[in-house]
Ligand binder design. Sequence first.
Ligand code: SF4
Length: 463
Amino acid sequence: MLGPRQEAQSALFYDFSIEDHVPRDHVLRAIDGVIDLSGIRQHLSEFYSTTGRPSVDPELMMRMLLVGYIMGIRSERRLGDEVHLNLAYRWFCKLDLTDPIPDHSTFSKNRHGRFRDSDVLRHVFEIVVAQCIDAGLASGQRYAADASIIAADANRQQSTPKADWNPEAIDPNEAPRAVREYLETLDNAAFGTASPVTPKFISHSDPASQWTGARGGPAYFSYSTNYLIDTDNAVILDVEATRSIRQAEVGAVKTMIDRVQKVHNLMPERLIADTAYGSGPMLDWLVEKRGIAPHIPVIDKSGRKDGTFERADFTFDAENDLYICPGGNELKQYRRAYKTPRSGANKDETIRYRARKSDCDACALKERCIPKEPQRKVTRSIYETSRDVARGLSQTEQYAISRKLRKKVEMSFAHLKRIHGLGRLRLRGPCGAHDEFILAATAQNLKKLAKLAPNPIRTRTAV
Ligand code: SF4
């Protein structure tokens, strides 16, 4: 039977509760059951004036921002529209049907002002990490680290080749915010001083972003988000924004390990990472300075392709500080005793061990060792002891397990881009990248916490 036509009509009075219309299994309801933003007001209180118009509740702004990053809504203008229309979003933000939605400009004003001054985004991130640790989701025994390149909001057309770039010619008073941030981070190890090499192009709108062709395709401007995760449940223990170059990313891992120890009192037994983190100084920092087992492939360029003996064919005698060559002769750093002991390290942080020319001249293996040189030299990194520790670990069963665990950090990046929509940054400058990365990581941890350590579903009698 054909029913009556639906006519537009509005009732005079409604008996309506948003609570009843949010599905029991909605992700925001689960997150609402675990999130604790009660300390935000106190954290921010000193950044608000005691006079003037009352502000928008900072907890409301934080809840709205989290809705954006949890549901992959990147634009704050669109976020306002979505919260206005979507009952579940309204419910999560504790807004009634008739409550006004804060204007999108409120977010940028607070973000550039008191949110950054108070570092409230990191404060919220650390609260959520602490909750994950308390819930037993992260034991802090095994860490995995990696970086992922995220495109910056900058394009090649608005850029300058490095030969024409002169940061000293920029007037900070005239420059836009992202350019001022670039000038402020010129001495920062994660940005300006990460590498002495100037990139091929520098963006006008976001000069701190890195021109990179790391993905093999066309080059573009980008930042890197660096994650330090606990491999138990892939909880993100720390996140850091850097330029997209290896030196900055390696430095970020050191920063994050020390910060997690300071904030959460955790120090891992091992760090799992890929070859990019396998340089001598990094391995030495882990082994000697922090006592962490590096489950990391060693960067080793001592191999040879022409069939001649490589360094691995020489045996190191640590007690006497010399190498024994395949012909049974000694390669030494010095053959005479100096009054003042010398470090012997070269600028490239290696020590050179040389064979005697007379030994090589008389050697039957010379063609396989040095067909074109008068005598053999072997270099040894000053970090070789730590590199040997990493090489030794790479032969263990635990290392094979670590290789599989490393995939968890790659999965976190895949979720970040596909589910949370962070394929390209919306905000510019190092601070913009920091804000976006930290909010996205908070959203990822909240989803994990709600899924793996759920509290009883919270219902509200009044919103
Ligand atoms: S050539 Fe020299 S270094 Fe090489 S195996 Fe012979 S003696 Fe040793």
